[in-house]
Design a protein around this ligand. Structure first.
Ligand code: FE2
Length: 342
C-alpha cells in the first residue's frame, strides 16, 4: 500500500501546477499516506528512516491534559497560585497533570494518582535543595503511588546517600517504586539500590510487585536499563497473569517496543530530559532512534501507552532552556485508551 503512494508523487510529476496547487496536492497525498499508516497500525520496530519524518508530521493525539493551567484539581491542592504565578525562570519544576485511561484498569484502581519523578541527577548541577523541593511539591500532590524512573545521581557515588534520604521522604498510599537508569549503572547500581531500599523505596530490578484491592490486582513492573543491556522484561513478568493490567517503569522510552509486545498497558519513562535545551527552530536538541516521537509527554504504540517525563535534573550542561523540569501527575481512569484508540 505504501509503495502505491510513493509511485505517484504528484508534487514531482505535475510540473504545470501552480505552487499553491502543488502544496495542496502534497498535503492531500500526505493525508492519504497517514491514513494508510493508521490502517496498518504502528510497527513493532522503530520507524524506518523514510517514514520517520512523515510520522513526525502526524498530529499527536494526546489525552486530556489539565494542569498546564490552574485547574480545579490544583485549586483543591492549593497549588493554583504557585502554577499560575510560576515565571519561566522559576527553579521549581512545572507540575503537569494528565488523565490516562486504561481499558484493563481494575475498577478498584480507577482514579489512582501516580506522581512520576525521574532523572533527578543529584550532582553539582542539581543540588540537594532542588531535590528536596521536588519531594516537597510531589508530597503536596497527595499521590497514591510514586514512580521513580532512574538517574538519581551523576558522576559520583558521594551523591547516593543524600538523594536516597531525600527521596525517602516521599509519601504515597501504595508507596514509592523505582527503577535504575543508565547513570545509576555508571555510578553504582547496587549501591543505589541498597540506599533506596534502606529508605523503604521498592526498587524493581527486572521484577514486579502487585497492588491488590480485594480480588483485583494492578501490577507494577520494573526493568533495569536498556543501554546497559541489563533489562529482562520476560523475567520481570514471570508469574504475572497475561490478563492483568500492568504498568512498566522503564528508564529509557525505547522500552516501549518490547513493552507493546508483552501487552503492557502503560510505560513510565524519563531519560530524554525532554531535550533539556530547546532552541528556536529546533524542537529538541535531544535525538534518539525514535526521532521526536517519545521525547516527552504522552504517546502510544499499539495498545501500550507511554508517558515520558522531562525529569528534574540536568546533565552535560548546567541549564535547561525552554524545557522546564517536570513533576508529572498522572490520573488513571478505567476506560478506553486516552486517545480512544484501544
Ligand atoms: Fe537522565
Amino acid at each position: 500500500m505504501l509503495r502505491k503512494v510513493e509511485r505517484r508523487p504528484p508534487w514531482a510529476l505535475e510540473k504545470s501546477m501552480s505552487p499553491a496547487l502543488t502544496a495542496r496536492a502534497w498535503l492531500r497525498e500526505r493525508r492519504k499516506l497517514i491514513t494508510l499508516l493508521d490502517a496498518d497500525g504502528a510497527s513493532d520496530r522503530p520507524p524506518r528512516p523514510a517514514l520517520k519524518a512523515i510520522r513526525a508530521l502526524r498530529k499527536k493525539r494526546r489525552p486530556q491534559r489539565i494542569l498546564r493551567r490552574p485547574s480545579l484539581t490544583m485549586l483543591s491542592l492549593g497549588l493554583a497560585d504557585a502554577a499560575a504565578s510560576r515565571p519561566p525562570w522559576s527553579p521549581d519544576p512545572e507540575i503537569t497533570e494528565t488523565v490516562i485511561s486504561l481499558r484493563r484498569l481494575p475498577g478498584a484502581f480507577d482514579g489512582l494518582r501516580i506522581v512520576h519523578l525521574t532523572d533527578i541527577h543529584h550532582s553539582i548541577f542539581t543540588p540537594l535543595e532542588e531535590v528536596e523541593r521536588a519531594v516537597y511539591l510531589a508530597n503536596r500532590l497527595e499521590p497514591d503511588l510514586v514512580a521513580l524512573t532512574g538517574d538519581y545521581v551523576t558522576f559520583s557515588p558521594a551523591y547516593i546517600e543524600p538523594v536516597a534520604r531525600a527521596l525517602g521522604k516521599l509519601k504515597a498510599r501504595h508507596g514509592a517504586f523505582a527503577v535504575l537508569g543508565n547513570h545509576d549503572f555508571q555510578v553504582d547500581a547496587d549501591g543505589i539500590t541498597r540506599a533506596l531500599r534502606s529508605y523503604h523505596i521498592r526498587v524493581l530490578r527486572n521484577s514486579r510487585r502487585p497492588l491488590r484491592a480485594g480480588k483485583q490486582t494492578l501490577w507494577i513492573v520494573g526493568v533495569d536499563d536498556l543501554w546497559w543491556n541489563s533489562d529482562d522484561l520476560p523475567a520481570a513478568l514471570k508469574a504475572v497473569p497475561a490478563r492483568d493490567a500492568k504498568i512498566l517503569l522503564c528508564h529509557n522510552p525505547l522500552g516501549i517496543w518490547q513493552a507493546s509486545r508483552h501487552a503492557i498497558d502503560l510505560v513510565l519513562s524519563g531519560h530524554t530530559h525532554g531535550g533539556q535545551v530547546r532552541l528556536p527552530g529546533f524542537r529538541h536538541l535531544y535525538r534518539s532512534k525514535l526521532g521526536e516521537r517519545f521525547v516527552d509527554g504522552w504517546n502510544r504504540l499499539h495498545a501500550t501507552q507511554i508517558y515520558v517525563s522531562r525529569g528534574i535534573g540536568k546533565v552535560i550542561v548546567p541549564i535547561r532552556f525552554d524545557c522546564p523540569s517536570e513533576i508529572a501527575c498522572l490520573n488513571l481512569r478505567r476506560g478506553r485508551s486516552s486517545a480512544g484508540l484501544n
